[in-house]
Design a protein. Structure first.
Length: 94
């Protein structure tokens, strides 16, 4: 039986929430998408995810299969180079 980890993130730009930012969830060190879900394995989410009006995004991932993930952010007109480098490998917690 899989152990599901819920990841909740907040996209900030210059200290302010940034809505409608594309969020990709990859295997660390790659651009291979991993499956993410709205719940514990029932409803898969198509990537990219989008941050909401408060800059928030959330998903579940099978932490047994993917104990760590890579997050990648994109939005026209915003440079996420620093944020992307800081999220190359994120260890999931329970």
């Amino acid at each position: 039986m899989a152990r599901w980890a819920k990841y909740i993130g907040l996209v900030l730009v210059e200290g302010r929430p940034e809505p409608n930012t594309k969020v990709f969830v990859y295997q660390p060190g790659t651009t291979t998408e991993i499956p993410v879900y709205e719940d514990r394995g029932q409803t898969q989410i198509t990537q990219p995810l989008l941050s909401d009006s408060a800059g928030l995004f959330a998903f579940f991932v099978d932490a047994d299969a993917y104990p760590s993930i890579k997050l990648h952010f994109e939005k026209d007109g915003i440079d996420f180079t620093h944020a992307n480098s800081r999220h190359e490998e994120v260890t999931l917690l329970f």
